[in-house]
Design a protein. Sequence first.
Length: 202
Amino acid sequence: MAYVFDFIIISYIAFAFFMTFIIIRHFLNIKKLRKITKRHWQIAFLLFFWITGTIVFYGSFIEPQNLVVSQTKININKTTQTENLKIAFLADFHLGPFKQEKFLEKIIEKVAEQKPDIILLGGDFIHQKESEAKYFTPIKKMTDIAPVFAVWGNHEYNVDYNDKSEFRDMTAGLKKVFSESGIQVLNNEARLLTIKSSKFYL
C-alpha cells in the first residue's frame, strides 16, 4: 500500500508541475518558453523527477525512522499530595516491511534513557499482516525498564480509513509475544495501579 501512495504523490506533483507550466505559458505568454530546446526539457524533467523522487524516498524510508522525544508536564490537581510520576506513551509502531527489530530496539533505548515509572503502548503495532508480530521479540527489554500496559489499535483489526477494509482480528501473534514478555493488554477494562505509593485507575 505504501508504494501506491508514493505513486499517487509522484503523479500529483508531476500533474501540478505540468499544469503550472500550462498556466504560465497561457496567461503570461512568455515567448522564451517557445524556444526551449529538447535538451532543456530533458534536463528539467530529470531534475524534477530527481527532486520528487528524493522527497518521496525521504518521506517513505528515512523520516519514519526518526525518533523524537516530546515531554509534557501535567498537573492534575486532584489531591493535596504531590505525585510525581513519569509516564512514557508510545503508539503507531507499524512494524512490517519498512521497520523491524532494529527500529524497536532504538525505541527501547530511547525509553530507557527517560527512566519512566510506567510505559503505555497505544496500539497500531503491526503494519498490515499478523505475521509481523515476530518483529516484537525484543520488546521483553521494555518490561525490564518499567511496567508496560497496552491496548490494540485499528491496524490490529485490519480497520483502515478505507471503507472497503475487512474487519479481521490479527492480535493472536502479538498476544503471544506480549504475554511472554510480561506486557499487560487492557481490553475494554480499567485497572487500579499502585506506582510509587500513588494509586490511580488506568
